[in-house]
Design a protein around this ligand. Sequence first.
Ligand SMILES: Cc1cc2nc3c(=O)[nH]c(=O)nc-3n(C[C@H](O)[C@H](O)[C@H](O)COP(=O)(O)OP(=O)(O)OC[C@H]3O[C@@H](n4cnc5c(N)ncnc54)[C@H](O)[C@@H]3O)c2cc1C
Length: 421
Amino acid sequence: MSARTEQSGQRVLIAGAGMAGVQTAVQLRERDWPGTVTLLGAEPHRPYDRPPLSKAVLTGGAGAAAGTGSGTTFDIAFDVDFDALGVELLLGRRATGVRPADRELDTDAGPLPYDHLVLATGAEPVPLPGGGAGAHLLRTLDDAERLRPVLAARQPLVVVGAGWIGAEFATAAREAGCPVTVVEAAGHPLAGVLPPEVAGRLRRWYEEAGAVLLTGRTVTGVRPGGTQPYEAELSDGSALPARAVVAGIGARPATGWLAGSGVALDAFGAVLADDRLRSSVPGVYAVGDCASFPSARYGRRLLVHHWDNALVGPRTVASLLTAGEAETPPYDPVPYFWSEQFGRFVQYAGHHGEGDEPLWRGDPDGPAWSVCWLRGGVLRALLAVGRPRDVAQGRRLIERAAVLDPARASDPAVPLKSAVR
Ligand SMILES: Cc1cc2nc3c(=O)[nH]c(=O)nc-3n(C[C@H](O)[C@H](O)[C@H](O)COP(=O)(O)OP(=O)(O)OC[C@H]3O[C@@H](n4cnc5c(N)ncnc54)[C@H](O)[C@@H]3O)c2cc1C
């Protein structure tokens, strides 16, 4: 029997209908996968794109429902015709376990058989300790729809965490006219991602937008308030009145449901995928926010919670299934991320770590600047504010491990690609 004839009788089941799950289905069909493709998603909505949730959806620019419930079309829904692609969509259905010996996925509406199972259940936000009523998270369309009227009320809000989500939410809330206080445990914004000499520069963005940034403090709980419905209790003993408290304190892989399945997880709970995104269990793969993979480029395992990774990873799995390992290069992308905060377009490419040397391009107090991270002269990562060309060129230079001339690279008037030694 030819490989293709064999494949035509095979079933691919994808658990999780976010960007990574949808792209897996699309990529399989683009590569003429002849078997069945079933996409299972816990949310009732047609699959949709998440980045607008902390941007236009909050202020009413996008995401308005044309109806309600399952089958509703949102303008942030992916522009994919699942029927035309021959992809079976099972929405509002949650995967609850995997039995690899039987090649069956358990769901809240009974088991589903598979030949190949792709795990794409993404990530879930870390809840605020002591949260309760008045505390919000921002991960799903339902979360954003709940927060939209909160912003429209123009009442004081407390944001917990000055990371990517916290900064974007604070931006939207200020745009909507709400007084905003952001409480951050570390000494500066984006502490987990950027070193203090870079992240310290972002403090000013909050001030300019009229948001109060309190660092070195945590929110320890949310209780009913007096002048506002709630009060955020802070670790320094003070309290902030708030119409709502919104937590952006991180996300972890949504893999709890895999307990007991034999699918190996890493220390962060991500599926421990190999360099072609195969899990430890034969016939089971993992893509997007729920999986970590070994990066030869960076000499370590990466867990990437960004949109581009959910877009690109599925190509590896689709290639593996349709064309086989020999035709599928190892998955080792240059990670890429963007954020829109306080009127600025922020982009990051690559991965930097201890020992990488920062090199500035432009005045960090000005409207547009970049920071490159070099190791032994080789470009490893780049953060750009309002300089998209640096990122477009930088990504390609990181990919080919280009060595930069520091004197030329630190001159923002020199295109980055012209600063190669
Ligand atoms: C508010 C917000 C703003 C963002 N903005 C940006 C940005 O500006 N730039 C950027 O690069 N990235 C951004 N991201 C990150 C980006 O959206 C994610 O990296 C991307 O969505 C990951 O896709 P995914 O398919 O792996 O996971 P998800 O998008 O999380 O999708 C997983 C899906 O699986 C479902 N699921 C979970 N468990 C189960 C189960 N047991 N059974 C069935 N289904 C299940 C979930 O309901 C979900 O629909 C943002 C994320 C958020 C939340």
